[in-house]
Design a protein around this ligand. Structure first.
Ligand SMILES: Nc1ncnc2c1ncn2[C@@H]1O[C@H](COP(=O)(O)OP(=O)(O)OP(=O)(O)O)[C@@H](O)[C@H]1O
Length: 299
């Protein structure tokens, strides 16, 4: 089931939060939605989920308008987490699971298996406000996935988690994808999107500035990173034609260059200048691309 956004705009009075956004989110894939603060990610999610009316445009799933009565098809981890603090994890999940058409016993089986997986089986009888923020987030994640949705929308799923829990959640998300769940997630963390997503969109002030497959985005960006390690000074490369950025490091330097050809010229210029231990041409990182496209306004 492909999720399609066509020329979607959202205005809050005079303020345009999302402007003519068109996106195709392939089924059974993980799609990364990037953007600085206030770029329009959450607003877009809320429109997809029917929590906010769009001002203009169309949103469809598998060629049809999304039927919000069939809430069991969609799972949502909101940015502002919202669990009932005084309910136990068990009661919370039973309540939310039933809202999505699950039977109590089904909920318990799924919940126990998720808590086991997240290595916190003892939390089942704890009240939410007895849990740390990171652990509350795991519970919130379980509420988003317990009913096995076909489309899963995760708004900043990894924020506030320690590295071990980030890995645990990442693995869970990858497994859900393997089980054919279509997943869209927003993040400020480029490396997470780079690691997990085949396709992505970078929003800036409500407009897409980059979108497509990660591979194509990197290829068409043109610029490359070049890492050179060696014993002599590489300072002359700072003003070398085609070098966009120069960074001195202990072992040598790291450069951003305009294109692959510049690396050949640098290679020639380094001949006879001493021992080179490393000369590596690398794809730009998503972080490089983000900074270039979104620039100084990113917080
Ligand atoms: N209910 C609202 N009323 C008025 N303006 C709003 C409302 N919701 C969002 N906005 C504005 O719309 C813009 C997009 O906000 P949104 O929350 O979608 O950004 P975001 O990309 O999710 O940001 P962040 O990464 O900081 O969470 C912002 O300028 C925000 O102030």
């Amino acid at each position: 089931m492909t999720l399609l956004l066509k020329q979607v705009t959202k205005r809050f009075d005079e303020h345009i939060a999302v402007y003519q956004l068109s996106l195709e989110i392939p089924e059974k894939e993980m799609f990364g939605f990037l953007g600085g603060n206030g770029a329009g990610k959450t607003t877009t999610f809320r429109m997809i989920l029917g929590l906010l009316d769009k001002t203009e445009g169309e949103i469809s799933w598998n060629g049809e308008s999304i039927n919000y009565d069939k809430s069991h098809l969609i799972g949502y981890l909101p940015e502002e987490r919202g669990l009932y603090p005084k309910l136990t994890v068990r009661d919370q999940l039973i309540y939310l699971g039933k809202l999505r058409g699950m039977k109590k016993q089904e909920v318990i089986i799924e919940l126990e298996s998720w808590l086991e997986r997240f290595k916190v089986p003892e939390y089942i009888d704890k009240k939410v406000d007895e849990l740390s923020k990171g652990n509350q987030q795991k519970i919130q994640f379980i509420t988003a996935v317990i009913h096995k949705p076909k489309l899963l929308i995760l708004d900043e799923p990894f924020s506030g988690l320690d590295p071990i829990n980030v890995e645990m959640l990442k693995e869970a998300v990858v497994d859900l994808k393997m089980q054919d769940t279509s997943i869209v997630f927003s993040s400020h963390r480029m490396e997470h999107v780079e690691e997990l997503c085949e396709h992505l969109c970078i929003l800036h002030k409500g407009k897409p500035v980059v979108q497509g497959s990660l591979k194509d985005i990197k290829q068409t960006f043109g610029r490359k990173n070049l890492v050179v390690h060696g014993d002599h000074s590489f300072d002359f490369l700072e003003n070398f034609p085609g070098v966009v950025q120069y960074k001195k490091i202990a072992q040598g330097c790291e450069l951003q260059i305009e294109n692959e050809e510049i690396s050949q010229r640098i290679f020639s210029a380094l001949q006879g200048q001493g021992f080179i231990r490393k000369f590596d041409l690398e794809e730009p990182s998503l972080n490089d691309i983000f900074i270039e496209k979104v620039g100084a306004s990113y917080e």
